[in-house]
Design a protein. Structure first.
Length: 177
């Protein structure tokens, strides 16, 4: 997800969710693999090629976030770009009383850890519609994914670090070593 911060319209929020549909029991032991880089790609020139990256790596229970920084070579292979802003936060444990967040002098703020799955879908009614036993969704629907979790990485970035374009394109990737 990418959206303007509801608390501060001078910032953008980037969210990358992984490991969907975790039960509470599975959430208690879920971790971010240390051999995976989570990357937000940002195109600020309108050519659908990443101009900036935000790279996220976990090590020893901490999420390290690098960027936004100019991409080395666009494409499917990435090199960790440590030349830009960096921020580090301890991964929040499932059931923690409050989330661990961290920020840096550039105004970047980060979070990493389990969160309630934000996807709302009435799966039962969808299957009934496909089977021909119902003609439409309920209002309100029933959240089939209530009680499940995801592992989330949230990065809030001042818009000034993203370039001057009025519109940006954003996509996320996971890359394993």
């Amino acid at each position: 997800y990418a959206f303007q911060s509801p608390a501060d319209n001078s910032k953008m929020v980037f969210v990358l969710n992984t490991q969907g549909l975790l039960s509470p029991a599975a959430s208690a032991t879920a971790t971010f693999p240390s051999n995976v880089m989570y990357e937000f790609n940002i195109d600020n020139s309108g050519d659908n090629v990443e101009d900036l990256v935000i790279q996220c790596l976990v090590q020893n229970g901490k999420m390290r976030v690098y960027g936004p920084v100019a991409v080395g070579t666009p494409g499917t292979v990435s090199t960790v770009r440590t030349s830009g802003p960096s921020t580090e936060v301890s991964v929040t444990a499932y059931g923690a009383a409050s989330p661990n967040t961290a920020s840096n002098a550039n105004g970047i703020r980060i979070f990493a850890g389990p969160r309630d799955d934000p996807f709302f879908f009435d799966l039962v009614r969808f299957k009934e519609i496909l089977a021909g036993t119902q003609t439409g969704f309920r209002s309100p629907g029933v959240d089939s994914f209530a009680g499940t979790n995801v592992m989330s990485i949230v990065v809030e970035v001042p818009k000034t670090l993203l370039g001057t374009a009025a519109t940006i394109n954003v996509w996320g990737e996971t890359k394993s070593k």
